[in-house]
Each structure stands twice: as structure tokens, then as C-alpha cells.
Design a protein around this ligand. Structure first.
Ligand code: ARG
Length: 456
């Protein structure tokens, strides 16, 4: 019999019960549900709403139920509707009438809102931890490939040479904002809705701040309607997962590209690549592709929950039960993909010599020549045009920048002198950068130190 059945003449139709049950999803929060119930009963005892004796019996039984669920003795069964009903029914089964006092001054509406917040709090800490691990993995790779030069791209066209470490640290920096955002979100998550009751509060003398304190939460959501009605912090967390996934997807996309024969820059360990059932030569980047592909789930969850919430009048509506599918999907996918990205990187090696020589004299050094002319007091726009003419000349002759003769350079501008040639190696282009945060070895070393220290 459902918790709410006494005013009905008939039991709920089986197909309706099956349709409306959420236990297959919300069982994941059994620990949070029990933590919340324990804080609630301790508060009821302190406020003398429930006797100390009954309170003690309830706490003891709740601890036992936690063990029963953890060990698999107490099974989930959709006839129980949701995790709250399952635990409360079991409580009454175990200690009889006394168990029926637990739900005093509480509704499943504030109960679920609390469970979700406790769950999100736990998961945010996990997400932060995994993001830090990935940052550290990226930094280790950066250290390992500190001197490796790659081509930097814009529009996926060769732009300027950069240090591979610089490229990797760009992701460390992005992920750091993810950590910041999660810590900020945590402030809004860790506030208690408990005691809002169904929507309007209660006539009983509860102490909302006390139960919040017992749960290590930083205060309460004051307005009882807001406490049970809103899911904006959950949407916020899913949007953070979406941003994380977007970052992981970009890393994955690069790994896919770099592992292609055309790039031949990244090589996956055999244990992190897959083959083809038809083409025997294939070594495919499935892990990176799947991370890129799983973004769809998380964005889907974001849109899913935004859509669920958009038309709901205050306060609780059953539509909101669907929130957990999206929360769990987003968080689980993000955690999984953070971990797999770290592992994939650990199992990937890069060809240190792939780009350095190939970029000597390359057109992607053109900007070096522009800056050279600017240093000789040529106005930038004019310098850009002159070097454009140099490039056009080389294209015509089908040669690299370092193959054009000084004579030809000087036909374009008398400002060119033979010292220009020492600017035309990829290494010199890297090390001639002097601006803060640039790709020079010195600046990259500084960044590396900063991030290693920050992510300790
Ligand atoms: N299983 C429900 C949910 O997740 C719990 C709250 C039920 N409240 C209600 N008034 N039916 O949303």
C-alpha cells in the first residue's frame, strides 16, 4: 500500500504504479535519503516533537536499513514507488508504530530536494577531483614534451609554431575554470530545503537551521515554495558537466586528428585503440571518438531538464521526478569521460620530431618577418603587405621562405637583410616570443610551474 493511499477506495492500477515508480532511478540516493532522515529525526527530537526514545529507535533502524541496502539484502522493487517509500516502509516493518513518526513535518517534496542536493554535493567533489587528475596528467605530458614543437592552427590552417606543452597547458587552464565554476556551484547546492514541507512550511515548531547544520550545509533556502519548486542548481550542474564535456570533446577531436596517418603525431597504446572487423590494418581512436560522442548525452540532459522545468507552475509537480535521469546521466558521463581522457592521454605517445624540421622555413613563420620589419620601423600594415608579397613570390616559385634569396627579398623591401634567415626556424620563432603567456620556452616553463603548483 502506498504511503498516501488512505483517502482512496482503490489501490493504484498496476500499470500506473509501474509507470510512475522512480525507484529504478532514485535508489542511487539511498545513502543521502538516510542521511537526510537521520538529520530530520535528530531535529524533531531536539525540538521535542518526537521523544528521544522513538528517535533513537528510528536512527538505529535507519542505520540497519543502510546496511541492508548496501549488502543487497533489501532489494529494490518498483512496487515500492520510490526510495523514500521503500525506506519508510522498511522502517515501519522493523520498528512498528514508532517508525511512523519520522515523516513528521516533512514531505517527499522537501525530502527529494534535499537528497538531490546532498547527492550533487558529493558528485561535485568527485568531479573536481577527476578534473584535477586530468589537469595533472596534462601537465605531466607537458613536462615530458617540454621542448616539442607542433604547428599551431587557426581555421585548422597552419598559423604559427607553438610548443606542444603550451598547447596542453591551454587545456589545463580551461579545466581550471571548470573547477572554479564547480566550486562556485557547490555554494548554491549546499543549502538545505528540508523543512519546507510540501510547499508552505509547517505548524510544528521545527528548527530548519539545526537539521541543515547536522548535514554540514551552509544554511537553508528560506522561501519554502522556492525550496521545493526549483531545480536551477541542478540545471547549473548539468550545464557545468556540458562545458566539461565540450572541453573533453575538443581534446578528443585533436587526438583523433593527430592519430590520423596524415598527422602521424599521436600514437595510442595498443590497449587503448581498436581494430576493424574488416580491414586488418586499422587502428582506430575509438576511445577519443566515444568521449566526443558522449557529449550528446550530456547536452541532451541539459535540454531535457530545462524543458521539464520551463512550464511548471509552483510548487512541486510530478514532472520533476524526471530530473534525476538527467542529473545522473550528465554527472556519470562527465565523470567517466574525465577519467577516460586522463587514461587515454597516459596511454598516448607523441612524435617529438614530427613538426620541428618540417616547419623550418614554413609559411607559418611569415609573422616573424612582419615583426622583423616592424622592428625596423616599417608600419605594421605595410610590413604585412610586404611579407604577403614574399609569400606570393615563394608560392610562385614553389619554395619555402628560407629558400628565397636575399636578392629576391630585397627586391620586395630594402629593409630585408641577411639576418632575416635566422628567424626562419621553428625553434627561433618559439624562442623569440617575449610576451607574457606566449609560447616561448621561458614563458611555458613559467606556466608549467604555476599550474603544477596550483593543481597540487
Ligand atoms: N519520487 C518523487 C520525485 O522524485 C518524490 C517526490 C514525490 N512527491 C509527490 N508529491 N508525489 O520527484
Amino acid at each position: 500500500m502506498a504511503l498516501w493511499n488512505s483517502r482512496f477506495k482503490k489501490a493504484l492500477n498496476e500499470i500506473v504504479l509501474k509507470f510512475s515508480a522512480s525507484i529504478d532511478i532514485d535508489w542511487k540516493m539511498f545513502n543521502e535519503d538516510i542521511d537526510g532522515s537521520k538529520a530530520h529525526i535528530l531535529m524533531l527530537v531536539k525540538q521535542k516533537i518526537v521523544s528521544a526514545k522513538d528517535g533513537k529507535a528510528i536512527i538505529k533502524a535507519l542505520d540497519e536499513i543502510r546496511k541492508e541496502i548496501s549488502s543487497g539484502i533489501l532489494k529494490f522493487d518498483w512496487h515500492k514507488e520510490d526510495i523514500h517509500s521503500l525506506i519508510e516502509e522498511r522502517l515501519v516493518e522493523k520498528i512498528g508504530e514508532r517508525g511512523k513518526r519520522l515523516h513528521t513535518a516533512r514531505s517527499r517534496n522537501d525530502q527529494i530536494a534535499l537528497d538531490e542536493r546532498l547527492y550533487m554535493r558529493k558528485e561535485i567533489l568527485q568531479l573536481v577531483k577527476l578534473t584535477r587528475v586530468l589537469q595533472k596528467t596534462l601537465l605531466k605530458k607537458a613536462e615530458q614534451y617540454k621542448e616539442t614543437i607542433i604547428s599551431g592552427y587557426t581555421h585548422l590552417q597552419r598559423a604559427q609554431p607553438v610548443l606542444f606543452a603550451h598547447h596542453l597547458i591551454a587545456y589545463v587552464s580551461m579545466l581550471d575554470r571548470d573547477v572554479d565554476r564547480m566550486n562556485d556551484c557547490l555554494k548554491r547546492v549546499n543549502i538545505s530545503p528540508l523543512g519546507a514541507a510540501a510547499l508552505a512550511g509547517t505548524t510544528l515548531p521545527i528548527d530548519r537551521r539545526y537539521s541543515a547544520k547536522l548535514l554540514n550545509m551552509n544554511g537553508i533556502i528560506e522561501n519554502s515554495l522556492d525550496a521545493v519548486s526549483d531545480r536551477d542548481v541542478m540545471i547549473e550542474l548539468i550545464s557545468l558537466c556540458s562545458i566539461i564535456m565540450m572541453h573533453l570533446s575538443r581534446i578528443s577531436e585533436e587526438l583523433v586528428l593527430w592519430s590520423s596517418q596524415e598527422f602521424s603525431f599521436a600514437k595510442f597504446d595498443d590497449s587503448f585503440a581498436t581494430g576493424s572487423s574488416l580491414m586488418p590494418q586499422k587502428k582506430n581512436p575509438d576511445v577519443a571518438e566515444l568521449i566526443r560522442g558522449k557529449v550528446g548525452r550530456v547536452y541532451g540532459s541539459l535540454v531535457g531538464l530545462l524543458t521539464i522545468m520551463k512550464g511548471l507552475p509552483l510548487a512541486y509537480n510530478r514532472d520533476m521526478q524526471e530530473d534525476k535521469v538527467h542529473l545522473f546521466q550528465a554527472v556519470d558521463t562527465a565523470k567517466d569521460c574525465l577519467n577516460l581522457t586522463s587514461e587515454l592521454l597516459k596511454h598516448t605517445s607523441f612524435d617529438k620530431n614530427k613538426f620541428e624540421k618540417a616547419l623550418d622555413g614554413d609559411f607559418s613563420l611569415s609573422t616573424e618577418l612582419v615583426d622583423y620589419l616592424v622592428r625596423k620601423n616599417v608600419p605594421f600594415r605595410q610590413a604585412h603587405n610586404l611579407v604577403g608579397a614574399v609569400v606570393a613570390n615563394c608560392v610562385e616559385k614553389n619554395i619555402k621562405l628560407n629558400e628565397l634569396t636575399l636578392k629576391d627579398y630585397q627586391k620586395i623591401s630594402q629593409k630585408f637583410d641577411k639576418d632575416l634567415f635566422k628567424l626562419l626556424t621553428s625553434r627561433s620563432s618559439i624562442n623569440n616570443k617575449i610576451s607574457q603567456g606566449s609560447t616561448s620556452s621561458k614563458e611555458v616553463e613559467k606556466q608549467l610551474k604555476y599550474w603544477v603548483n596550483k593543481t597540487k
